[in-house]
Write a protein that binds this ligand. Structure first.
Ligand code: SAM
Length: 212
């Protein structure tokens, strides 16, 4: 009788024991999956970053459709040259060209630059309308642009605001996606939450700066 109870207990606990056992195949596949995801993230988010100071690094994250529509609403009635700082796969640039802007996308990730250029070629958009340059926008003078769009990171907005205030003409308009400029008052805003975008009038910003 004692023997049979032991046998029964052993039988009942065996599935539990098996469940808790180390499964080398499962661990190997999860490891490979994580490594693959890290590889994809490295390829798309990091190229070109080596020369940029850590506090100014911004990884790739594409704009949502709603975010892009909010940007276009804020740009309504404006025209001329537009610079997208960190143009990613070019989606904001393509949206802005569709409403008449001559755009330049600044991007340091060579894979994204290649992709955006190929997409422009595929869409039949000439480089006079949409240009993608492999350039660090921190090292570029932006005084020739009447319109600037940015979708970057909260940590760089204040420093970028200082640069734009030094370089842009008075009639320039700056649109910030998701992360507003902490030191500036926006003239308009569209959308909510992650899709929100803010518009800033450079002339108004300079006036407020001088009156304070
Ligand atoms: C958040 S993504 C936005 C991409 C795109 N504008 C969009 O709305 O889908 C930021 C992009 O900025 C690029 N970037 C970051 N720092 C840069 C720099 N100093 N010069 C040029 N591009 C930069 C990144 O490689 C990334 O593609």
């Amino acid at each position: 009788m004692e023997d049979s109870i032991e046998v029964i207990l052993q039988d009942k606990s065996s599935p539990l024991l098996h469940r808790n056992q180390f499964n080398p195949r499962l661990s190997a596949s999860s490891g490979a999956l994580l490594l693959g995801l890290y590889g994809v993230w490295r390829i798309f988010a990091l190229p070109g970053f080596r020369k940029i100071p850590t506090r100014l690094k911004v990884p790739y994250l594409p704009s949502s459709k709603t975010q892009t529509q909010n940007v276009l609403r804020l740009l309504h009635g404006r025209r001329g040259c537009l610079a997208d700082l960190g143009s990613g796969d070019g989606r904001l640039v393509f949206a802005a060209t569709s409403v008449g802007f001559q755009c330049t996308g600044f991007e340091i990730n060579s894979i994204l630059i290649g992709y955006a250029r190929a997409k422009a070629w595929w869409k039949g958009i000439p480089t006079s309308t949409a240009r993608f340059v492999s350039e660090d926008f921190w090292k570029t003078n932006l005084s020739n642009y009447d319109n600037v769009t940015v979708f970057l990171a909260p940590g760089v907005m204040e420093v970028l605001g200082e640069k734009l205030e030094e370089e842009l003409p008075d009639d320039a308009c700056v649109i910030a996606c998701r992360f507003p400029f902490p030191q500036w008052a926006a003239t308009a805003s569209e959308g909510f939450g992650l899709d929100q975008a803010w518009a800033y009038d450079m002339g108004a910003i300079r006036k407020t700066a001088h009156t304070h």
